[in-house]
Ligand binder design. Structure first.
Ligand SMILES: Cc1ncc(COP(=O)(O)O)c(C=O)c1O
Length: 432
């Protein structure tokens, strides 16, 4: 069997769209079949946070595979799964979270929603099945997760199959001379009204990701949502699959903003891209209510001992004081370099936090002829060997409010490589 032949029976995400085939990697680059190199400024998709030369993590992975290649988590715990749960609980601080382990970000979100539903059932509440989520959010491609997703294009043709979700109208787009700005509701009374009386679960991202062009929720809005949820015994889920794990701020961005959500979902960066694994941090209030009363279900490969061993090594790495101070330095350098782009005519806003930013563009008049400008910038970057993520956002009225690309480099990218990323991006912007 050859792995480099021309036959391709792979049905990809966009059927019929030929994709470059990647054969190897090194440092912060992936390498294609003809030797073409791509400098990765998006960590794959927020996952490969330590780049592609992962010596200690792969050693931990091989050792775990040799020790215990598999165990079914419906019947057994493993030393790795318990150690990971304990460590994540400790990192979650005084909230005392218990930790459910799953596979992907989407099924972490689904597990969180099942846990909330089970909690409602135990408390004898049918309304726990009424969920509310933000517009322009993204929670994954499986059923419940896609239902809660606010990004209309992602729900697209699956709409009829999805659960009906209340959209929390807390984010408006306001026209300014340089494009649209996100305007959040901070008023407590308005937030109470938006959530209403019949909602049992609120799911949010404390910073909306590429699906919104990295729009951060103000601390006061998050605090008010959390207060309303607490008063009405609504389960508050913070989906931090993209923004958690020090990508923006700390293990959890919600916690950094002063809120301990009932449930936090982590994924992607947890295993630095090496293994599919997600973690659902559940508050003792909910976890204790479920003791002996619920079957939360799960997946064959959930809490996989190899994935847990990888996550333990990744967390060991991320929490080293020296590494943390380097990451803080990189975040400062990133913010400064990106702010420089605002002097360019094409760039109307830089939004984001930490190591995750969207570069938002002015939309030209001729966009229908030449295609969305974010896609064109993506192509211009790709032709220069730079990997970013393109995005487009429409407001609730369908009007395009953001064309952008998102950058989320690895946490250990050298500052000089990061400077090169911004240099190539500047060059690509000049081509538009
Ligand atoms: C905020 C958020 N939640 C959930 C998911 C789904 O994660 P996965 O693709 O691992 O299923 C994503 C993926 O991009 C995400 O950004």
């Amino acid at each position: 069997m050859s792995i480099s032949g021309t036959r391709n029976a792979l049905l990809g995400r966009s059927p019929g769209q030929g994709l470059p085939r990647i054969v190897s990697s090194r440092g912060h680059e992936i390498v294609g079949q003809s030797g073409e190199q791509y400098l990765d400024a998006i960590s794959g998709a927020y996952a490969a946070i330590l780049g592609y030369s992962l010596c200690s993590v792969t050693t931990a992975m091989y050792a775990a595979a040799a020790r215990l290649p598999y165990v079914h988590n419906a019947r057994f715990d493993s030393c790795e799964s318990v150690a990971l749960a304990n460590l994540l609980s400790e990192l979650g601080g005084s909230a005392g979270y218990q930790v459910y382990l799953s596979v992907s970000g989407a099924d972490g979100v689904e597990a969180a929603l099942r846990i909330a539903a089970a909690y409602g059932e135990v408390r004898g509440r049918s309304y726990q099945r009424q969920w509310a989520a933000l517009p322009n959010s993204y929670h994954g491609s499986s059923g419940f997760a896609l239902s809660t997703t606010g990004h209309a294009a992602a729900r697209g043709r699956y709409e009829l199959e999805l659960k009906r979700i209340t959209r929390l109208d807390l984010l408006r787009w306001v026209r300014t001379p340089r494009g649209f700005d996100a305007d959040w509701t901070t008023d407590r009374a308005e937030i109470e009204r938006a959530i209403g009386k019949d909602i049992g679960v609120v799911i949010l991202e404390p910073m909306l990701g590429n699906a919104a062009g990295c729009v951060e929720m103000p601390d006061s809005t998050l605090a008010a949502i959390a207060a309303v949820c607490r008063e009405r015994d609504i389960v508050l889920i913070s989906d931090e699959v993209s923004v958690g794990m020090w990508r923006t701020d700390g293990l959890s961005l919600s916690q950094s903003k002063g809120v301990d959500p009932d449930i936090i979902v982590l994924g992607k960066a947890l295993t630095a891209g090496l293994f599919p694994l997600s973690a659902v941090l559940v508050s003792p209030r909910i976890a204790l209510a479920l003791q002996g009363k619920a079957n939360l279900l799960g997946h064959t490969h959930a809490a996989h001992p190899i994935g847990c061993a990888v996550a333990l090594d990744v967390l060991r790495h991320l929490t080293l004081p020296r590494f943390q101070s380097d990451v803080e330095g990189l975040k400062d350098a990133f913010a400064t370099r990106l702010a420089d782009l605002l002097r360019l005519e094409r760039v109307r806003a830089i939004r984001g936090r930490g190591l995750m930013y969207s570069v938002c563009l002015n939309t030209p008049e001729d966009e229908t002829v030449s295609g969305p400008i974010g896609e064109r910038l993506y192509a211009a970057c790709l032709s220069r060997g730079l990997l970013v993520m393109p995005g487009e956002v429409r407001g609730t009225d369908g009007v395009r409010v953001s064309d952008h690309i998102t950058l989320a480099p690895a946490f250990n990218m050298p500052v000089r490589t990061l400077n090169h990323v911004v240099h190539v991006l500047t060059d690509a912007l000049a081509e538009l």
